[in-house]
Design a protein around this ligand. Structure first.
Ligand code: NAD
Length: 250
């Protein structure tokens, strides 16, 4: 079960903490993985790590908020492998700013990177998967699409991730009879660059709030992605898999 041998995948934000772990996890199951990121030098390093697992990999420099670059990214993958079976749309940013001080430019930046990019990437890879009659899309949402984080202010992030969850469900229903499954994952606090930037007081507060009393690791998300990517999840679409140490239970 959960064999991905020969499947063609890409991961956006593949140079980041979660994207790197997922790319390596997909490769360990046999998938070829394209590493898509703005940070192309780090993406190249991840592609080398992925290739060391015995599969094909290459880095693509792409700003997922730019329609022409997203189209180019999809074209490059189809040009190399002829198809795309697994799409993990995962790039994201967070700006912690009080709502009354947040500029409109800051608001739009977060919505663009976290939400509008999901529309762009799903649209372009969706066309490929509909033509194939098969494919699995996994978007990275967040527990912040369900609850409001505290004490840090991040209204644009929370709104963007709530949008990702309902966009995922909308596309799942639109494409349910076209062979394309669309799901998302909602991680809780995970130890990556995004959370490492937080001040110690916030981190301490989070650990108190999380019922499991620790942050998750990127590796602890990988099995959920492998499930959604594999044919074993053939009846799972429009689903949001929450992996949060029980944060959203309280
Ligand atoms: P990260 O900062 O390590 O990785 C994010 C990656 O996205 C970086 O490599 C960055 O270069 C890339 N990126 C940013 N803007 C981009 C753009 N416009 N085009 C292409 N790439 C771009 O953070 P991470 O924790 O690995 O985050 C991955 C995803 O997980 C994000 O969507 C984030 O919101 C989500 N998430 C993270 C946590 C957490 O606690 N770490 C929790 C819930 C959800």
């Amino acid at each position: 079960m959960f064999d991905l041998t020969g499947k063609k995948a890409y991961v956006t934000g593949g140079a980041g903490g979660i994207g790197r772990a997922v790319s390596l996890g997909l490769a360990e199951r046999g998938a070829d993985v394209a590493i898509v990121d703005l940070a192309v030098d780090t993406a190249r390093q991840v592609a080398e790590e992925v290739k060391a697992k015995g599969v094909d990999s290459f880095a693509i420099e792409c700003d997922v908020t730019k329609e022409d670059q997203v189209q180019g990214m999809i074209k490059a993958i189809v040009g190399r492998w002829g198809r795309i079976d697994i799409a993990h749309n995962n790039a994201g940013i967070c700006i912690n700013e009080d709502a009354e001080n947040m500029s409109y430019a800051q608001w739009k930046k977060v919505i663009d990177v976290n939400l509008s990019s999901i529309f762009l990437t799903c649209k372009e890879v969706g066309k490929v998967m509909i033509a194939q009659g098969k494919g699995s899309i996994i978007n990275t949402a967040s527990m912040s699409g369900h609850i409001v984080n505290f004490p840090q202010p991040q209204c644009s992030y929370n709104a963007s991730k709530a949008g990702v969850i309902l966009l995922t469900k909308s596309l799942a229903v639109e494409w349910v009879n076209k062979g394309v499954r669309v799901n998302c994952i909602s991680p809780g606090y995970i130890g990556t660059a995004i959370t490492q930037r937080a001040c110690d007081a916030w981190k301490e507060s989070w650990k108190q709030q999380i019922p499991i009393h620790r942050l998750g690791t990127p590796e602890e998300l990988v099995s959920a992605i492998i499930y959604l990517a594999s044919d074993e999840s053939s009846y799972t679409t429009g689903c949001d898999v929450v992996v949060d140490g029980a944060f959203t239970c309280i």
